[in-house]
Design a protein around this ligand. Structure first.
Ligand code: PRP
Ligand code: URA
Length: 211
């Protein structure tokens, strides 16, 4: 079970928490849901990338030289299809030069076990800062499957950004990949019999796309 030792990074920004409340609300329609998911994801991704390496540079203002920094990192963002696509625009807004990998995972409706139907990752992950974006971390099966693919492809620095996490999912990630940090606004109570997060927000993909 999830314990305080799991390296979860709670992002408790008030705008994230207010948005999360709106995502949870069953009356929030898909257009609004997409808008809020994007807004939350910007803040979550900013936090997950707060320790990116930089190099010092100087630019000329109209009044003279000014020191500053540029990001000196290869960033790879990997949405887990399909719900992770709802967070992709936010990350690309922050990091327009990021490379994008895709991992398609679908939970079986009866067993909740995820099967991987698509994988396409950029080369050279060894030196990249890899951000896995998947809004729901429930049993953790999808996250671990995504991490299996990324580490097999050579990734070393991988972070997960989600919008709602369950203790069960955090514990599973920690058991398989204790070095992976999870950025989330909240750790909910747990899973119901169908392996949905409670209270959660329902099926993220369905609410995002109106299916
Ligand atoms: C959802 C969600 C995660 C997964 C989490 O995807 O987006 O990928 O479930 O559950 P887990 O932690 O128990 O694996 P889903 O399989 O419903 O596919 P979708 O994104 O296509 O809706
Ligand atoms: N996937 C979702 O979209 N919601 C959950 O609660 C669990 C898995």
């Amino acid at each position: 079970m999830y314990s305080e030792s799991v390296p979860v990074h709670l992002v408790r920004h008030p705008i994230v928490l207010e948005g999360l409340l709106e995502l949870r609300d069953v009356s929030t329609d898909p257009p609004r849901f997409r808008h809020i998911a994007n807004r939350i994801s910007i803040l979550l991704a900013a936090e997950a990338l707060a320790d990116l390496p930089v190099r010092e540079v100087t630019v000329q203002t109209p009044l003279g030289p000014a020191p500053g920094v540029r990001v000196a990192a290869d960033i790879v963002v990997v949405p887990v299809l399909r719900a992770g696509l709802g967070m992709l625009g936010a990350v690309l807004e922050l990091c327009p030069a990021a490379r994008v990998g895709h991992i398609g995972l679908q939970r079986d409706e009866t067993t909740a076990i995820a099967w991987q139907y698509y994988t396409r990752l950029p080369d050279g992950l060894r030196h990249s800062y890899v951000l896995v974006i998947d809004p729901m971390l429930a049993t953790g099966g999808s996250a671990v499957a995504a991490l299996d693919s990324l580490f097999a492809a050579g990734a070393i620095d991988v972070r997960i950004v989600c919008i709602v996490a369950a203790p069960e999912g955090l514990a599973l990630v920690d058991r398989h990949y204790p070095q992976v940090r999870v950025f989330t606004p909240v750790v909910d109570d747990g899973l119901n019999a169908q392996k949905y997060i409670v209270p959660g927000l329902g099926d993220f993909g369905d609410r995002l796309y109106g299916t």
